[in-house]
Design a protein around this ligand. Structure first.
Ligand code: SAM
Length: 239
């Protein structure tokens, strides 16, 4: 199957991702609920439970978008910086923060590949459903490693490939037939949702991505599959 996104030059990918998320920002939360049947909330809860944020910590939520992870992290009292390449997503996030009374968060535009933060600044780095959109993933992982202090931790929540055979077929059918239709129906944007599904299909499998995290310098790298790996929590430590 070709979606027309097969051979995008690296330089264009970042721009394309920008268009996709600018287009969906205002309906992003509705779409997450619609497409995952509300399950993304449970995955995010599990993810933040694994991160175990502490009140005295500095945490960077990269590709933080509209703040779903940041708000969960902030409940611990940790200082949260939300960084995202797309100002439209951050705008929606800042509005939601104001509505919900989260006033201590820092919101900043940044490309995960090239961060403005100093070396060894953060205690933890989180990235949820963001890394697969990054053009140069190894570069982003090296930047994550750079901005973490020694003893700091890296946590990534991302779609992966489920290893449950029957479930994989159901998921493939769902993602290629249902998701673009939902995109059209709810956000009037079929193409963006085709792109999102395609980016999930192309993302490295769990062992490969775990290896990439180790290549960036992290140790004790781990992966926790959810639903057989449909979604996965990858983690590693900087020493
Ligand atoms: N983390 C949020 C969540 O779980 O709800 C948002 C996830 S959203 C699917 C992906 C986000 O990644 C978008 O807000 C997009 O702008 C951002 N993004 C894509 N490429 C990026 C990059 N190179 N640097 C920083 N953010 C990026």
């Amino acid at each position: 199957v070709s979606f027309g996104y097969e051979d995008i030059p690296a330089t264009e990918k970042t721009a394309r991702v920008g268009e996709v998320f600018a287009g969906v920002a205002s309906r992003y939360d509705l779409m997450n609920d619609a497409m995952s049947g509300g399950m993304h909330r449970l995955w995010k809860d599990r993810f933040v439970a694994r991160v175990k944020p502490q009140a005295h910590e500095q945490i960077l939520d990269m590709a933080g978008g509209t703040g779903d992870i940041a708000f969960r992290l902030a409940k611990s009292g940790a200082a949260i910086t939300v960084a995202d390449i797309n100002p439209a997503m951050l705008d929606v996030g800042m509005e939601r923060a104001a509505e919900r009374g989260f006033d201590g968060l820092v919101w900043t535009e940044a490309n995960a590949e090239d961060l403005q933060f100093p070396d060894r600044f953060f205690d933890a780095y989180t990235i949820a459903f963001g890394i697969r959109n990054v053009t140069d993933i190894p570069k982003a992982l090296r930047e994550a490693h750079r901005v973490l202090r020694r003893g700091g931790r890296f946590y990534c929540l991302e779609f992966s490939t489920t290893t449950w055979p029957g479930f994989k077929d159901v998921y493939d059918a769902y993602s290629h037939k249902v998701v673009p239709k939902l995109g059209k129906l709810l956000a009037n944007d079929e193409d963006s949702y085709r792109y999102l599904i395609e980016s999930i299909r192309r993302f490295p499998d769990m062992p490969t991505f775990k290896g990439m995290i180790a290549d960036a310098g992290f140790v004790q790298t781990k992966v926790e599959p959810l639903l057989g790996g449909l979604v996965a929590i990858h983690s590693g430590w900087k020493i």
